[in-house]
Design a protein around this ligand. Sequence first.
Ligand SMILES: Nc1ncnc2c1ncn2[C@@H]1O[C@H](COP(=O)(O)OP(=O)(O)O)[C@@H](O)[C@H]1O
Ligand SMILES: C[C@@](O)(CCOP(=O)(O)O)CC(=O)O
Length: 482
Amino acid sequence: MVQRVDTIMNGTSRVNGTNGHHRDSPSSRSSRKASSPMAPAFMTSAPGKVIVFGEHAVVHGKAAMAAAVSLRSYLLVTTLSKSQRTITLVFPDIGLDHTWNIEDLPWHILSKSSRKPRYYDMITTLDPELVEAMQPHIEEVSPNLNSEKRKRHQAAASAFLYLFLCLSNPTAPACIYTLRSTLPIGAGLGSSASICVCISAALLKQIHVLSGPHQDQPEEEVDIQLERINKWAFVGELCIHGNPSGVDNTVATRGRAVLFRRVDYSKPPSATPLKDFPELPLLLVNTKQPRSTSTEVAKVATMRKKYPAVTEATLDSIDEVTMSAHSLITSDGFDPRSEQNIEHLGDLFRINHGLLVSLGVSHPKLEHIRELVDYADIGWTKLTGAGGGGCAITLLKRGVSEQAIRDLKDKFEKAGFEEYTTTLGGSGVGILYPAVLHNGSEEEGGDEIDQLKFLNAQGEEGIEKLVGVGGLERRPEWKFWH
Ligand SMILES: Nc1ncnc2c1ncn2[C@@H]1O[C@H](COP(=O)(O)OP(=O)(O)O)[C@@H](O)[C@H]1O
Ligand SMILES: C[C@@](O)(CCOP(=O)(O)O)CC(=O)O
């Protein structure tokens, strides 16, 4: 590990924010040799997701239905002065702060032309030699933490470093990558995918291979940019999870809601956008029981090995549930206000959850949420995401009284659970370039979002207010590929 020198934390003099843009006088422009200006600070952002139907089965080629949530991750990229040759990750949500010397990184592995992937390649597996060459640089990340925290740090650092090595080069500008998220980490809401999308979009932007987003961008061009971001986010997910289906990064990239299926991992998945995804009366509750997606996914793989026929039949049943829900919500007469339609979806929630229980990926705390809802008799509950802890979603029956919901929420609170207010089906990946908002002030250049302000923003509301996008905010300076 190298000592971090002169970063934005201990002085802004060498940091190139937008307000630090060189403004040369005409005479200095003509007398000085032209040099490429430093890039302004910029931000990327991507949402988390809820899987409404089909988690785990989707890893084995079955369908899943998922929608973006308004909780999001945000990455601020700050370029340092040219005299510096370091990249720094500042990920305060997990307490990670690490610096690498760019020149020390294992570029030699990628110097063979057949090895270095191109930014437009489709990568479906990690290069074992590159993973091995990265190991010493990953092992130096937070070596003194307990194993659980170290794993978290090293997983996030691996995803970043793998993408950086593939997409960047030894002459890359020194940078600080500061990441914050309003998503709970490791709770089934796709936090890892959302950070991978932020990282992928930022690195692709830095090597100038993303066009737009801009108004009137043709649909096919929009699609190419989104696929480019999504493909590399999937590679980041491979580093964190080992065996991701790709549904999380697809929703985090594209936003809205999708019906997703990946049968052949060497080919792109099919992701059908669900236009007009209904506004469902949902409660989203976190057990706060930590767990890891890769452990839960491995449990199902073990079940499949031990009991192939039974497990395959269970996964097929989940597929049937997802497709039945898809037929229902895309049918002409579907109305989320109809008692009958909601009851039909509720039955599918219950069946899907039961099948996940039988795969061994529930947790007593998830069952406690389900019990509380069942006792109150006001809805249907299923786990969402990998399970083993994390979050559950409850679909509320029509006509449930406010009081009954309040009583239930009290019980959740007493049990130590946390409820989130979020809307489904929001925007996917977005970019704020440069990281400046025009807050109605007349000052030249607007208000720059610098690292200090970003690190000091308090909670979900503080972050959204500062960066100008999320559940409560939608500033026009943010651009999305739609
Ligand atoms: N805000 C964040 N900051 C840094 N790393 C993060 C953040 N969110 C997620 N991660 C990375 O993703 C991992 C969680 O991934 P995972 O177990 O799949 O949970 P989830 O269901 O939330 O995606 C963390 O251990 C960490 O490495
Ligand atoms: C269990 C799974 O279907 C979803 C995992 O979601 P999350 O990482 O718990 O947010 C795995 C996957 O699709 O890659």
